[in-house]
Design a protein around this ligand. Sequence first.
Ligand SMILES: [Zn+2]
Length: 65
Amino acid sequence: MRQKITGFHLDEENDWVADLECGHTQHVRHKLPWQNRLWVISGEGRTEHIGAALQCKKCDQGESV
Ligand SMILES: [Zn+2]
């Protein structure tokens, strides 16, 4: 299910995590070559992605929040 990003926070390992409108969270790491998300490292990049949709696997699997 696609869910909009409402914000971002850092986890205990200093990786960026997106907060989704469904209440779930999802890592948005920048780790080449699998995840090319250079934008997540800059504050501006993150601001631009608030409101963007991410595929929420937790919703697809029926996970509770
Ligand atoms: Zn979800």
